[in-house]
Structures are given as structure tokens and as C-alpha cells.
Ligand binder design. Structure first.
Ligand code: ZN
Length: 149
């Protein structure tokens, strides 16, 4: 058993929660599905379940058995995405207690970020889902856009 299960997310909708204690580094879930070369479209709820492996290749994560698809993005995630072949492992970044939510950095680029608001609630959340190294740049762009600089 992986020790994770769907549950009510503190961030958005249904998320992936730990059902037991996990140690940092432990495998929490594996994101898997058919590898496709056109980005999968949204489901009936408007959610896209896909992970980009590299430019032009995505894992189509729609299969309900792919529980990792439920893991939300957070700016201070509890898990890291580790590529393993054509799957992506979600491994704990910290020790987790039962009920803790499994989150990871979706790693979106700037172009995608503005279409994906982030609701993680962190004090330093830029308000959009963007890869950690790009956050300072996005914050600057947003400030310039609002004319506050
Ligand atoms: Zn955030």
C-alpha cells in the first residue's frame, strides 16, 4: 500500500492525503499513464490531468487509478516530483503525518502560470502556479503590470 488516498484538500477540491506517517524521501505515489505527444484536454470538470515529461511529451494522467493526479500544486510542497523513465514519483520532502496533504511544484513556465491561479495560501505565494526558480521573476512582472513599481 502506498499510504495515500483521495481526501478533501485544504487547497482545492479533492487532493491526495497521507493515510499514515511517512518519512522524508519515501515514495508517496507514482504518476503514470500513457505517454502522448499532444497535450491532453480538460475533463468534464475543466481539470487537466497531465504531466509534461519534456517538451512535446506528456503523461496522460486521466486514469482514475492514477491517484497521483489528485496531488495539488503548492508553493511549499510536501513532495518532490522525481522522474523515473516515463513515470514520475512523488517522494516526501519532509516527514508527513496522517492527513497531511501531498503536494508538489507543478513547475509551470511563465506562459502557463498566468492561466493557473495558485490557492496554496502561503504568505509568499505569487498567486499563480509557477516553477519555484521563476517566482521572483513572476512577482516582478506582476508588480510592473499593476503599475506599483
Ligand atoms: Zn501558491
Amino acid at each position: 500500500m502506498s499510504g495515500t488516498a483521495p481526501g478533501a484538500s485544504r487547497i482545492e477540491g479533492r487532493g491526495l492525503l497521507a493515510t499514515r506517517a511517512h518519512r522524508a524521501g519515501e515514495l508517496l505515489a507514482t504518476y503514470r499513464g500513457p505517454v502522448v505527444t499532444t497535450p491532453p484536454g480538460p475533463d468534464a470538470q475543466g481539470r487537466v490531468h497531465a504531466l509534461e515529461l519534456e517538451p512535446g511529451r506528456w503523461i496522460d494522467g486521466r486514469d482514475p487509478g492514477n491517484l497521483a493526479r489528485l496531488a495539488n500544486h503548492a508553493c511549499h510542497p510536501t513532495a518532490e516530483a522525481v522522474r523515473r523513465g516515463d513515470t514520475v514519483e512523488l517522494r516526501a520532502l519532509t516527514d508527513l503525518a496522517p492527513g497531511d496533504e501531498v503536494t508538489f511544484d507543478y513547475g509551470f513556465g511563465l506562459a502557463d502560470a498566468l492561466r493557473h491561479p495558485c490557492r496554496c495560501g502561503a504568505p509568499d505565494c505569487p498567486g499563480f502556479i509557477v516553477a519555484e526558480p521563476l517566482r521572483p521573476l513572476l512577482r516582478r512582472q506582476l508588480r510592473v503590470g499593476k503599475g506599483r513599481d
